[in-house]
Design a protein around this ligand. Structure first.
Ligand code: PEP
Ligand code: MN
Length: 633
């Protein structure tokens, strides 16, 4: 039975409720999401739900129809977010986490070399088996505790979380001592004693689907772990099942991803290495898994796969892993995600207490806005945020040091530049760009429950969003479109005022958070709808500047004379510097004169760029560098 608590419930009320319910001999598990907390009650003698419904702090009571109670989607409609270790990658959020490494740990030097390669490719988790479940008792069985020590050393050396397999209840204590994530292998999916033992640990468990297990059986095994007193952190793994097909080692069941998404709140990892058993098939299945919504991937790799002690045929070469990570970073934004660890600056305060605002990232708009999504993609979902009503206020707060960064949209692939932010970048000379990312934008027509699309007379929207949904909005000329300051704000407006003849254009996240119904999904005129964001900070915060930039932005003006722009740009052509974007904006107070905003690729030799910019600054009446940063894929 699931008891959904009210969103404003206080901890003291939760404690009181828990006490009352456990006193009746019920077993209680608390599942806290970002938006709400639920208590799952298990036991043979469940009380009448109507009685619990009347208790203070309770919003709703539901009976769970599935045999897996704690794992079921009914227990939580948010996907569980599982941090692999403090300040480490989080599986189940907006970032796709990659766990990579060899099948088995073969020796210290070799493993540290692979760890360096995994880190370089941008994966956040290193894997490697120390206890190996081999089909033949004569095959290499793993290095045991010595291997675990090597795994831990590699994780510490390269600041990566670690995952390794534990094969028997007897090994749990030992593996727990060294690894961040405990892997239960395919052959052990129904080793119930092992499941109970890992269920007692306070460590995330990666549970692999059995060779011939159904999805329901996988979920029942997860339930064993969740039912334990210590562990609410299970990541489910699809790694291929046994079918009649023999061209691949196993048949990777990619449809398990949407099926599991529907049945459970637990995050989903896909292992295309064991799923196919063939190196050349791994990348396409990894990309398909991300496209299908996987939260994480496990990829085997090796510096010299033909000589690997185990699973060499399915292990990627270093350059294949790097290439795959780059390809994945292009695919992930299409499904609203970002690759963890790539193109991302993590906000951390290692070893010192954060000052007020030191970690906070500012945005224009409310929670559920696309700027918030951009912050989650770039900095992670745990990053504190601060909302401002206008972009002007956002820039002022950054200048005043109230926030550490601002997430600023500058360009949309359908409607072009967001000019106000170009003007603000020009105005604030003390600020600089340190990062860039692209976010897929999907708009939806949303309304209060019970409202029908035919009831709609007015649609509230941010003007940018309305422009991106132009074709849809023109399909009914009776609709009156009213501008609001952001998309999440439009959703908020119709909820607050209980409007029944109105709808809003918003993201799914903004609608879900406010309990709104989606009348029509994906109403943007073109699905290739991306917004480019810039991450802006104070120039004086030198520790926040990008160390390996590949893109720069500058702003300049030219004399009002023939060939002036041509001459200004000549220095780039002469130095073979590739220009990415040139945009002109009117100069306030000087009618018909323009500022030019230029984005360019940084050449290998940074001096070449410095010389070209020096040249430009000599000619231009006004010149300023807006920042150097890593370009978004
Ligand atoms: C492994 O991850 O190396 C492994 C043995 O996987 P599975 O349990 O999926 O065969
Ligand atoms: Mn393997």
């Amino acid at each position: 039975m699931i008891v959904v608590l009210k969103s404003n419930v206080e901890q003291s009320q939760i404690d009181w409720l828990s006490e009352k319910l456990t006193a009746r001999g019920l077993e209680l598990h608390s599942i806290s999401g970002e938006e709400r907390t639920v208590l799952a009650l298990v036991g043979t003698n469940l009380p009448d739900p109507r009685e619990i419904q009347l208790m203070p702090g309770v919003a709703r009571v539901m009976r769970v129809s599935k045999p897996y109670k704690l794992a079921s989607r009914e227990a939580s409609d948010e996907t569980s977010k599982i941090p692999l270790r403090p300040n480490g990658p989080i599986v189940g959020g907006s970032q796709v986490v990659v766990m990579a490494g060899p099948c088995s740990i073969e020796g210290r030097e070799k493993f540290l070399e692979i760890a360096a390669m995994v880190k370089k490719a941008g994966a956040g988790v290193i894997r490697g088996g120390a206890f190996k479940p081999r089909t033949s008792p004569y095959s290499f069985q793993g290095m045991g505790e010595e291997g675990l020590k090597i795994l831990q050393e590699a994780g510490q050396m390269y600041d990566m979380a670690t995952v390794t397999e534990v094969m028997s209840p007897r090994q749990v204590e030992l593996v727990n001592k060294y690894a961040d994530v405990l892997q239960v292998g395919t052959r052990n999916m129904q080793n119930f004693e092992l499941l109970k033992e890992v269920g007692m640990q306070d460590k995330p468990v990666l549970l692999k689907r059995g060779l011939s297990a159904t999805i329901d059986e996988l979920l029942m095994s997860a339930e064993y772990i969740l039912a334990g007193p210590g562990n609410a952190q299970v990541i489910l793994c699809e790694r291929g099942i046994r079918t009649f097909e023999s061209s691949t080692r196993n048949t990777l069941d990619l449809s398990a991803i949407p099926v599991l998404r529907k049945l459970t709140h637990l995050p989903i990892l896909v292992d295309p290495s064991h799923g196919t058993g063939v190196r050349t098939y791994v990348a396409s299945m990894a990309m398909a898994a991300v496209a299908a919504g996987a939260d994480a991937l496990m990829i085997e790799c090796h510096q010299n796969p033909p000589e690997a002690f185990s699973d060499g045929a399915q292990s990627l070469y270093p350059e294949q892993l790097e290439r795959l990570m780059k390809d994945l970073s292009v695919i992930a934004p299409v499904v609203g995600k970002q690759m963890e660890g790539l193109h991302r600056r993590r906000v951390t305060n290692v070893g010192k207490a954060p000052d007020k605002g030191q970690e906070t990232v500012g945005l224009q708009g409310l929670s559920g806005s696309f700027s918030e999504k951009a912050i989650h993609q770039y900095f992670g979902t745990e990053t504190p945020t601060q909302s401002y009503e206008t972009f002007g206020q956002l820039f002022d707060a950054l200048s005043a040091g109230d926030i550490a960064y601002a997430m600023v949209p500058v360009e949309n692939s359908l409607t072009g530049s967001i000019h106000v932010n170009y003007d603000l970048l020009l105005e604030h000379e003390e600020l600089t760009i340190v990062g860039e990312l692209k976010v897929r934008i999907q708009h939806n027509l949303v309304a209060n429950a019970g409202v029908d699309i035919n009831d709609i007379e007015t649609i509230f929207s941010h003007p940018q969003a309305a422009a991106q949904c132009d074709v849809f909005l023109r399909s009914n000329l009776n609709w009156k479109v009213v501008n609001m300051y952001d998309t999440a704000g439009s959703a908020e407006h119709i909820v607050k005022n209980s409007l029944v003849r109105s709808a809003a254009i918003s993201s799914l996240a903004a609608a879900e958070r406010r309990g709104l119904k989606v009348l029509k999904e994906g109403i943007e005129s073109n699905p290739h709808n991306f917004t480019r964001f810039l991450v802006v900070t104070q120039k004086s915060q030198t520790d926040k500047l990008e160390q390996n930039p590949d893109k720069a932005s500058v702003v300049f003006d030219t004399a009002d004379s023939p060939g002036a722009l041509y001459k200004a740009l000549e220095c780039f052509s002469q130095n073979s510097i590739n220009l990415k974007k040139l945009e002109s904006r009117p100069i306030a107070g000087k009618p018909w004169e323009y500022m030019f905003y230029l984005d360019l690729e940084i050449p290998e030799e940074i001096q070449v760029l410095d010389d070209a910019l020096e040249e430009l600054s000599k000619q231009a009446p006004y010149f300023r560098e807006l920042g150097r940063y890593k370009s978004a894929p």
